[in-house]
Design a binder for this molecule. Structure first.
Ligand code: ADP
Ligand code: MG
Length: 378
């Protein structure tokens, strides 16, 4: 990818360039925990957005997107926002950097990527983090700290792309490290690296390619349930709740709220259990926790769907070590940890059975935990 981007840059702009990259991400465990003050456990993956860049001495940014085969030019003032969605990510990153007192001047860039779009791997965060990192390196002597770079990406989504996201995706893309997952405490924003090099296993996503849009905004309803239970317990968020505390208020809350809270409390503990297991290199326990998360999301939190439950069932039948819904639910991918010797059979079976039932094969996305934002050396 790097050579193609550099060649394209040379052809379009005729100067030398520097190449930067940032990654998409997975989340191994810790789902619907962010707004409950809990933990998430993401890692950057070997799927990147890569950009060749050079300062052009003007006050304009000139961008060519290889994947969209589209060109866009914009200034750096608030009123210069481009129409094209893909260019707004880059414009937003420039603006958010400037708003924080950072320097951004005109530059030329050609970029491309292999993070699947809209599959739940956060291609948008990869794009933002790539440019946030690049602008920091080119114009600001790397003085903007890494957490601020993640926030520049997050604010770009909020203020220029209409997506009210949390910090996990940009955090993972900026901080990602080869063979490491990162436990992010969504309350304190403290983070810690844990070793993840599952020798003899593969990590593979199966994208169901379905997305169920539900009428009564299930995401908000889940949040409201959690807030109600927290209020009944007299705690700020369910982060501070335990099973015992929940049992004590069982007759004061609805059965639905009870099950929602039961999932969240369990999920907090599972993230911690997975971290302990990884320090021992115990991937069987990691896998067991993933299945438990799936069950919790499906039965208690009720954010699964038929297709994802089916992929999960097939994983169990094929002796996969761990499998669960990844992301908010109601469609998208499952993430699977599978022993190498079971991999081929699992993939073939999942493709065949899913296709027979739903009329299309799931998309297979193999991932390796890799570095996040970085300069690509020659
Ligand atoms: P995701 O879950 O992958 O982040 P989003 O809808 O949030 O999905 O972001 C996808 C958007 O990001 C695309 O519509 C496009 O505007 C931009 N994008 C991502 N990857 C690329 C790419 N390789 N080239 C151009 N734009 C991209
Ligand atoms: Mg996105």
């Amino acid at each position: 990818m790097k050579e193609q981007i550099k060649a394209q840059f040379k052809q379009r702009f005729g100067t030398d360039c520097v190449v930067y990259a940032s990654a998409g991400r997975i989340n191994l465990i810790g789902e619907h925990t962010d707004y409950n003050g809990g933990f998430v456990f993401p890692g950057a993956i070997d799927k990147y957005i890569m950009a060749a860049i050079n300062i052009n001495g003007t006050d304009k940014v000139r961008v060519y997107s290889m994947d969209m085969d589209a060109y866009c030019e914009f200034g750096l003032n608030e009123e210069d926002a481009p129409q094209e969605q893909w260019a707004r990510y880059i414009f937003g990153v420039c603006r958010e950097t400037i708003k924080r007192g950072g320097i951004v001047k005109g530059f030329d860039t050609v970029f491309a990527g292999n993070v699947p779009l809209g599959a739940g791997l956060s291609s948008s965060a990869a794009l933002e983090s790539c440019f946030a990192f690049a602008l920091n390196d080119m114009f600001n002597d790397n003085k903007i700290d890494k957490f601020e770079l993640a926030k520049i990406g997050q604010s770009t989504e909020h203020n220029y792309c209409g997506v009210n996201c949390g910090i996990m995706d940009q955090f993972a893309s900026v901080f990602g490290k080869k063979d490491c997952l990162m436990r992010l405490d969504c309350r304190s924003l403290e983070h810690e690296y844990f070793p993840f090099h599952p020798e003899g296993y593969k990590l593979v996503l199966l994208n169901s390619k379905v997305k169920h849009e539900l009428v009564d905004s299930p995401y908000n309803k889940r949040r409201e349930s959690c807030e109600r239970v927290a209020a009944t317990l007299g705690v700020e968020t369910l982060r501070d709740a335990s099973y015992t505390m929940l049992a004590d208020v069982r007759d004061k809350i609805s059965d639905e709220d009870y099950r929602r809270a039961r999932y969240v409390i369990g999920e907090k503990q599972r993230v911690l259990d997975v971290c302990d297991a990884l320090e021992r290199g115990d991937y069987e326990t990691v896998g067991r926790c993933m299945f438990e998360t799936h069950d919790g999301l499906s039965r208690d939190y009720e954010v699964s769907c038929e297709e994802l439950d089916y992929l999960n069932d097939v994983a169990r039948e094929c002796g996969v070590t761990g499998s669960r819904i990844m992301g908010g639910g109601f469609g998208g991918c499952t993430i699977n940890l599978v022993k190498e010797d079971r991999y081929d059979n699992f993939i073939a079976t999942a493709k065949e059975k899913f296709n027979a039932k739903y009329g299309h094969e799931p998309e297979v996305i193999n991932v390796i935990i890799s570095d996040g934002a970085h300069k690509v050396e020659d």
